[in-house]
Ligand binder design. Structure first.
Ligand code: NAI
Length: 462
């Protein structure tokens, strides 16, 4: 048994960032993690491995579609799936061992095992009970289940199983046109699978800017993904090698069946709190099964905090990281802060999709007068040279003050470009501030500047 200032339960992006920040602030800290490796869902079975497969499959796409035109001749590469998975595993290993190194460097103790909280100030791992002045729950999320759909992680899989399939499926049915479905659907479409996405709503990526939703879906269709919209999946039937997906169309209640080699269930995630003992402890939960916290991430029990996917808000690694840093500052007696109005979202397909702040739909609902500055990547020299001119940048600014209220980008490196707008928003910048900032030529970022110019006297290259 050891005594700590803080024990953090969970070593995902929320937990490990929180642990490191606590240590940097002079606190004695331990992080409890039951997986073999640190890094949680993100590093082990989420963001990082999926990005490895997205990168590899994008390289294949480039070789198949654009190499010849650039004068790069020769046989196109074929897919060695085992090697691709090995590359993915190596990427995971490099990242998880990186966190282990950072823990050692910052003197964060890794308590190996699954933790529970028998009472405030105590964390039990195996037979050991550790004492801590503060406990921070960062136990993350798990795939939500869907009635009638039994996951075996072989034929009917969640994102976890989809990252280690035995082979590239001939037919893949994806349930849910959200972030996971579209990222992993893209991977397999590029690797040669016939991919059909079945979505309950009439639009993909719910909550996103409507114009982006439409353009993005059109682009994905061109890439070979098929969509069945307004379709409620009722159940799946699986054998060892095949599955059937039963769905009804919402417009007429008609029943349909799709056959698949693999079915990916990507209909959302839910907070993971199993085994923590929160019920017995009396920790207040929200109606949606999240841990309820106040403005300083403290639960109804003093000294017990929660951050990341287990509390309200978008289930994003970087949102959890920000909360991790802020909660660390709170327990160290400082004033942690997260600006929930400026949290970017990124879909790592090709082209990428990124957004921050308000959508047009939100501003209309609020009755807030706004203007739109839009610029297509067709007018961006670098994008054209790189076969990446699909998409646009759209900046929404207050009609009176010109203050940037939101931005939506579909295009090359959108996930990186969005951050210049995030910084601008953090500083309360106007579209003109962005437009007057010199942007290097030729870069994709010029499209952001042009969209900002479009909020004023107009873009140059359109
Ligand atoms: P999601 O919430 O993004 O999308 C789920 C989709 O499934 C929705 O479009 C919903 O309408 C649909 N759906 C629900 N029930 C259905 C049914 N019975 N039949 C047909 N469609 C149905 O959830 P997803 O993609 O599983 O992602 C989970 C979480 O992980 C999200 O919060 C997401 O933000 C996060 N994530 C983020 C990533 C990123 O930032 N790049 C990558 C992967 C996950």
């Amino acid at each position: 048994m050891a005594n700590y200032d803080v024990i953090i339960i969970g070593s995902g992006p929320g937990g490990y960032v929180c642990a490191i920040r606590c240590a940097q602030l002079g606190l004695k800290v331990a992080c409890v993690e039951g997986r073999e490796t640190l890094g949680g869902t993100c590093l082990n079975v989420g963001c990082i491995p999926s990005k490895a497969l997205l990168h590899a499959s994008h390289m294949l796409h480039e070789a198949e579609h654009n190499f010849a035109e650039m004068g790069l001749k020769g046989k196109s590469p074929s897919v060695d799936w085992k090697q691709m998975l090995a590359y993915k595993e190596k990427t995971i290993g490099q990242n998880t061992s990186g966190i282990e190194f950072l823990f050692k460097k910052n003197k964060v103790d890794w308590i190996k095992g699954w933790g529970s909280i028998p009472e405030a100030g105590k964390v039990k791992v195996g037979d050991e009970v550790h004492e801590a002045k503060n406990i921070i729950i960062a136990s993350g999320s798990e795939p939500a289940s869907l009635p009638g759909v039994e996951v075996d992680e072989k034929v009917v899989v969640t994102s976890t199983g989809a990252l280690e399939l035995g082979k590239v499926p001939k037919k893949l049915v994806v349930i849910g046109a959200g972030v996971i479905g579209l990222e992993l659907g893209s991977v397999y479409a590029r690797l040669g699978s016939e991919v059909t996405v079945v979505e309950y709503l009439e639009v993909i990526t719910p909550g996103m800017d409507a114009e982006i939703q439409k353009t993005f879906q059109r682009t994905l269709k061109k890439q070979g993904l098929e969509f069945i919209m307004g379709a409620a999946v009722q159940k799946t039937e699986a054998t060892k090698t095949k599955a059937k997906v039963h769905y009804t169309l919402r417009k007429d209640d008609s029943a349909h069946v799709l056959e698949a080699d693999v079915v990916l269930v990507a209909t959302g995630r839910k907070p993971y709190t199993e085994g923590l003992g929160l019920d017995a402890l009396g920790v207040k939960m929200t109606e949606r099964g999240q841990i309820a916290v106040n403005g300083t991430w403290e639960t109804n029990l003093p000294g017990i905090y929660a951050i990341g996917d287990v509390i309200d808000g978008p289930m994003l690694a970087h949102k959890a990281e920000d909360e991790g840093m802020a909660a660390a500052e709170q327990v160290a007696g400082k004033h942690g802060h997260v600006n929930y109005g400026v949290i970017p979202g990124v879909i790592y397909t090709h082209p990428e999709v990124a957004n921050v702040g308000a959508t047009e739909e939100m501003l209309k609902d609020q009755g807030r007068p706004y203007k739109v500055g839009k610029f297509s990547f067709m007018g961006n020299g670098r994008a054209k040279a790189n076969f990446a001119a699909d998409g646009f940048v759209k900046i929404l600014a207050d009609k009176e003050t010109d203050r940037i209220l939101g931005a939506h980008i579909m295009g090359p490196a959108a996930g990186d470009l969005i951050h210049e707008i995030c910084v601008a928003m953090e500083f309360g910048a106007s579209a003109e501030d962005l437009a007057m900032t010199c942007h290097a030529h030729p870069t994709y970022s010029e499209a952001v500047r042009e969209a900002a110019l479009a909020c004023g006297d107009g873009p140059i290259h359109m």
